[in-house]
Design a protein around this ligand. Structure first.
Ligand SMILES: Nc1nc2c(ncn2[C@@H]2O[C@H](COP(=O)(O)OP(=O)(O)OP(=O)(O)O)[C@@H](O)[C@H]2O)c(=O)[nH]1
Ligand SMILES: [Mg+2]
Length: 386
């Protein structure tokens, strides 16, 4: 399929590459496409989406470097035009900015517009990255709008302002801020492409389903790591109630990804899921069955960390599945019996088998990352029948 090209520019370190990875997926990021040897302009694509993303080296604040970055974009754009290949032309520009660099924007908008001046009528989307609170996002938005309003010729170029979080963030108080705004950015970018390049609505919907799935997995990883940390206690038996806050954040964050409306019914559903998550499987059951396995030579803290990680992981995977089924309309929010069954299956029998099978592969002095890997790989492996 013919694709649009989106040039991703902005200040250094605001999260351009991270955003591209979330929009296109890890695998797309492994290898840039095309024969370009220019390290400052890397082209990435995913075969299933209507546009490529061109990652650029960030603009360092500071006069000399800024001018250098401006010249680099001008020169590169000029070379694209000169080469005369229409399929390489830029169709949309994402300008990435975060709450810190926003303060510099009014002073740098002229250089920025100068850098992209070759792409005369190309729409610009300002992407506010790492947009953790609405208040910060709004302040940033206001600065951006004002700067674009400062000159008549700039006003018409600003097509939209989008706020995103590209990667879940763990805060110090232990909460999880889920990714957001990604599928919306994909949709609005598709709509800005020349009509011939736009993907059909159903293709975009299918693609965004895959993105939501990937973002759910990212949350499950972050939450599992938190569960491993919390659960790493040296007592013979782990009290699973200590995982409740982590599990609650995990379920809530995944719920947000799927954009299901928060109603009385959905709150009930979340509560049910959390209750099953903390109660259906007891640490005692797992811990005592572990003792029956010959050849386990890791300490109680590691065993507990692994059990905790497994439970948070299994709950997260089950939640992702449940919310996806509801989002796609295959199940409804009223299907509580079905929800119970999914959770029971995933948490009780499956988790127990996986724990007892994989715990043997953990080394004596494993760190939390190694335990996370063991948890994840135990779920991707088939457990042999015993
Ligand atoms: N948690 C979280 N971290 C982010 C997010 N976006 C960026 N980061 C982090 O911010 C740092 C910089 O992100 P990059 O994606 O490398 O930024 P960049 O704009 O490509 O930087 P340059 O290529 O140097 O211009 C990395 O440590 C990222 O992990 C986000 O949405 N959430
Ligand atoms: Mg980068």
């Amino acid at each position: 399929m013919d694709k649009g090209n989106v040039l991703v520019v902005g200040y250094a370190g605001v999260g351009k590459s991270t955003l591209i990875k979330t929009v296109l997926g890890e695998t797309a990021m492994k290898k840039p496409v095309g024969g370009s040897t220019n390290q400052d302009f890397q082209v990435y694509e995913n075969p299933n989406i209507s546009f490529r993303l061109i990652d650029t080296t960030g603009i360092e604040p500071g006069v000399f470097k800024e001018q250098k970055a401006v010249n680099a974009v001008r020169k590169w754009s000029g070379s694209i035009i000169k080469a005369g290949k229409k399929e390489d032309h830029i169709s949309v520009i994402w300008f990435c900015i975060d709450r810190y660099t926003a303060k510099l924007f009014p002073k740098t908008i002229d250089s920025f517009m100068d850098a992209i001046s070759i792409w005369k009528n190309v729409p610009i989307v300002v992407v506010i990255t790492q947009s953790y609170t609405e208040e910060e996002a709004n302040q940033t938005k206001e600065i951006v709008e004002k700067a674009f309003l400062s000159k008549k010729k700039y006003v018409t170029r600003l097509a939209d302002i989008a706020s995103v979080i590209a990667k879940p963030k763990n805060t110090e108080d232990g909460s999880i801020l889920p990714p957001m705004g990604i599928t919306e950015l994909i949709e609005l970018t598709n709509n800005l492409l020349p009509v011939g390049l736009q993907a059909a609505e159903k293709d975009i919907a299918r693609y965004n389903l895959a993105r939501k799935r990937a973002m759910s997995h990212a949350i499950v990883s972050v939450a599992t790591l938190a569960g491993i940390t919390v659960g790493s206690v040296g007592t013979p038996v782990v009290d699973l109630m200590i995982l409740k806050p982590t599990e609650s954040l995990e379920i809530e964050s995944i719920f947000k990804i799927w954009g299901i409306k928060k109603t009385k019914k959905s709150k009930e559903l979340l509560k049910l899921m959390l209750d099953i998550g903390t109660l259906s499987i007891t640490g005692k059951t797992i811990a005592s069955s572990l003792k029956l396995i010959p050849g386990i030579n890791i300490g109680a803290a590691l065993i507990n960390a692994f059990i905790s990680g497994t439970i948070v992981f299994a709950l997260g995977e089950a939640s992702s599945y449940i919310f996806e089924q509801i989002y796609t309309g295959k199940k409804t929010i009223n299907d509580l019996e079905w929800v119970k069954k999914v959770l029971d299956d995933k948490l009780t029998s499956t988790a127990l088998d996986k724990v007892t099978f994989s715990v043997k592969n953990i080394s004596k002095n494993a760190d939390n990352k190694e335990i996370l890997e063991a948890v994840v790989s135990s779920f991707s492996k088939k457990v042999p029948a015993t």
